[in-house]
Design a protein around this ligand. Structure first.
Ligand code: CUA
Length: 326
């Protein structure tokens, strides 16, 4: 590949990363807006400095043929090498430090507790004044227009929580609770990602991040708090039987049923989520079948065993039941 082709490819891939559901440069929250402006200020400063340095270099090497006096050279070194960078860096530092306190502000109203597991997310919602959490998994929903408190923990190994469109990242450390707050502005569906290497499926530890209008969020949370509706279609009823006979309830909870396992993700409203397997598959019957049959082939190291001993009909019935848990 020629240098020009490589640069063009780099530019195109660089620019294509500037938008989309997982971009810091396409902010949908107050905190991400601050970080994006910080980036543009730094980037513009860097470009100006780069042009100035190269300008001086060219001037001195190409255009000024005569030798420079010692005094002039000294002024250039002290001015350009010490005074100028000190002033510029102090200015940038002051600007960045002034922006920081807001990122540490306490949230008001909703608290969301997130625990990093291998390799998925345990999620609990605590509305204002409530001590009884609404348990969910692998998706974070937040109301637009208010600052929510995010409490972070980890089980076993370190992870990091990051929704680029909404704000900065925070480590999740076993045995400790870390915190941050987020103030989403624009309703929409975004994407979060674990950003600390946590094992073989680190790159497959993502989640959907949904920002909703406050009224829709309240309605959604009420529904999420309710137990699962019993299945109605014959296929889904057969699926529930498979779920019971295969012992899926030993690891998973479906509120309103006998299934009370806490090892794996809560499945009470699985079908209502935007993604499957922690942000890596679309919520579709075929994908559910593929996942249940052989999770290892999709997410190496996944703790869930494969169910390839089930025939297609039973797998499909099970997937239909789970997808119907909206
Ligand atoms: Cu969890 Cu990387």
């Amino acid at each position: 590949m020629t240098v020009r082709a490589a640069s063009a490819l780099l530019l195109v891939s660089g620019l294509s990363a500037c938008s989309g559901p997982q971009s810091v440069l396409d902010p949908a929250g107050r905190d991400a807006q601050v970080l994006a402006s910080l980036f543009w200020v730094m980037f513009t400063g860097a470009v100006i400095l780069w042009l100035a340095m190269n300008g001086i270099f060219l001037t001195v090497t190409r255009f000024i043929k005569r030798e420079m006096s010692e005094r002039k050279a000294e002024t250039l070194i002290i001015g350009g090498g010490i005074v100028f960078p000190t002033v510029v860096l102090a200015g940038l530092l002051t600007y960045a430090l002034a922006e920081m306190p807001r990122q540490r502000e306490r949230g008001e109203g909703l608290t969301v507790r997130v625990v990093g597991e291998s390799w998925w997310w345990r999620v609990e919602y605590l509305p204002d004044g409530s001590s009884e959490p609404v348990v969910s998994a692998n998706e974070i929903r937040l109301p637009a227009g208010s600052r929510s408190e995010i409490e972070l923990a980890a089980n076993g190994v370190i992870h990091a929580f990051w929704i680029p469109a909404l704000g900065g990242k925070t480590d999740m450390i076993p045995g400790r609770t870390t915190r941050m707050s987020l103030e989403p502005v624009t309703p929409g569906t975004y994407r979060g990602q674990c950003t600390e290497f946590c094992g073989e499926s680190h790159a497959m530890m993502a989640f959907g991040a949904v920002v909703m209008e406050p009224e829709s969020f309240d309605a959604w949370l009420r529904k999420e708090a309710a137990p699962a509706d019993p299945p109605e279609s014959p296929e889904a009823i057969r699926g529930r039987e498979v779920f019971v006979t295969e012992g899926c309830g030993a690891c998973h909870t479906i509120r309103g049923t006998q299934a009370q396992g806490r090892v794996g993700p809560d499945l009470t409203h699985l079908g209502g989520r935007t993604t499957l397997a922690a942000g890596i598959l679309p919520m579709e019957t075929d994908e559910l079948v593929r996942w249940i049959r052989d999770p290892e082939s999709i997410k190496p190291g996944a703790r869930m065993p494969g169910y390839d001993h089930l025939d297609d009909a039973r797998l499909r019935a099970l997937a239909t039941y789970l997808e119907g848990l909206t």
